[in-house]
Design a protein around this ligand. Structure first.
Ligand SMILES: Cc1cc2nc3c(=O)[nH]c(=O)nc-3n(C[C@H](O)[C@H](O)[C@H](O)COP(=O)(O)OP(=O)(O)OC[C@H]3O[C@@H](n4cnc5c(N)ncnc54)[C@H](O)[C@@H]3O)c2cc1C
Ligand code: SF4
Length: 326
């Protein structure tokens, strides 16, 4: 047991916090409560480097290295596709060998993969892993974008996988901004994501379900906030933060003055991503057969709840539930 600023840290169980960045603009620009920005700012204060996922010019996710705030800011926001690692692991190793402080952020399996690649502990490495439902195949995202562009007869010039600004933190609506000045708000990709059929096969056997994670700090959306710390629940975004070891605790101590936080209980903070690996909710083989052999419009209607018939079905379901509740 160690003591950090009066907080006893048991290394067998993570310390749990509800966290918000004190700057509302940062919370608005981040997926949850903006903890990633606060932590990476602390790394930059020590002339460190930050690795994380950004969208490239084709709107595909890939990991890059940042030495400045502008580049780091591109890492904000969840990209619900597998992020390509490229030569990230070897670049991290080189920075560590050069004595730079390094922050690596990614899914739990990416953090575990980095640690395996490095083969030894480095005092100057901090790892953040994100709570993870699973990552969809980039192929599905690519086809989806092409489909939306074709329908709109215009090119996409900006995307947001989960538009918090217009719909709030809890909602899950993807927004696409087009060259013709129009914006598409849709849930078709979200619906495909949540069939779980397009996740990478390794996600069905994910080893990182449970409260023990490979990062020094684990971050996620605080979905049970209304129970764990209702005073933080404003639908603008709250980060769930798990401090997994002494290194994580020391860093958390360092950033405390830049955040609003409350220590909470893991028992009040459980969500599916902490409990068990996702499994396909529909026949996966069927899905991929259709994906390769049919037009995307068919995929969107059959699996993405797109189209009039799906809209009517949804309305009827809502009405039925309303009547049932009376
Ligand atoms: C595919 C995926 C599934 C997720 N599932 C859940 C879930 O089930 N439950 C939950 O509570 N939280 C989930 N999250 C995590 C959550 O959405 C936020 O990433 C986290 O709360 C960080 O919040 P922040 O406010 O600090 O955000 P931001 O500043 O927006 O943080 C962004 C961080 O996410 C990383 N990141 C973004 N996209 C990817 C990607 N594709 N691959 C690897 N790293 C990425 C960036 O490198 C950066 O470190 C998921 C994220 C992703 C990418
Ligand atoms: S669900 Fe598990 S295996 Fe899949 S990306 Fe997330 S951490 Fe990796």
């Amino acid at each position: 047991m160690s003591n950090y600023g009066g907080i006893a840290v048991s290394l067998e169980k993570p310390q749990v916090y509800a966290v918000k960045n004190k700057d509302e603009k940062i919370v608005a620009d981040s997926r949850s409560g903006g903890i990633f920005t606060t932590i990476s700012d602390a790394i930059f204060d020590e002339r460190g480097v930050v690795y994380g996922s950004v969208l490239n010019e084709h709107y595909m996710a890939e990991h890059i290295r940042a030495e400045d705030i502008e580049t780091r800011n591109l890492m904000r926001g969840s990209k619900y596709i597998q992020s390509k690692m490229g030569d990230t692991y070897s670049n991290v190793k080189r920075d560590l060998a050069d004595g730079r402080k390094v922050l690596f952020s990614g899914t739990s399996c990416q953090v575990a993969g980095l640690k395996k690649y490095l083969g030894k502990e480095y005092d100057n490495l901090i790892c953040i892993d994100i709570l993870c439902h699973g990552v969809p195949s980039p192929r599905v995202w690519k086809k989806y974008l092409e489909w939306q562009e074709k329908r709109a007869k215009s090119k996409v010039n900006k995307v947001n996988f989960r538009n918090k600004t217009d719909f709030g933190w809890r909602a899950h609506v993807e927004s696409l901004w087009l060259d013709n000045g129009k914006t598409i708000h849709s849930q078709v990709y979200r619906n495909l994501f949540f069939t779980n059929a397009c996740l990478r096969p390794c996600c069905y056997e994910c080893k990182y379900k449970g409260i023990i994670h490979p990062g020094d700090i684990t971050i996620g959306d605080y979905w049970k906030i209304e129970k764990a710390a209702p005073e933080f629940d404003d639908n603008k975004g709250v980060s769930l933060v798990l401090i997994n070891n002494e290194k994580g605790a020391a860093l958390f101590e360092q950033i405390k003055e830049n955040i609003t936080f409350k220590q909470t209980r893991i028992e009040d903070s459980m969500q599916p991503a902490l409990v068990k690996a996702s499994s396909p909710l529909i026949d996966r083989t069927h899905f991929w057969n259709d994906f390769y052999n049919k037009k995307f419009d068919y995929i969107a209607r059959k699996y993405g709840e797109y189209g009039c018939i799906n809209k009517i079905k949804k309305k009827l379901k809502r009405l039925k539930n309303k009547i049932k509740r009376r």
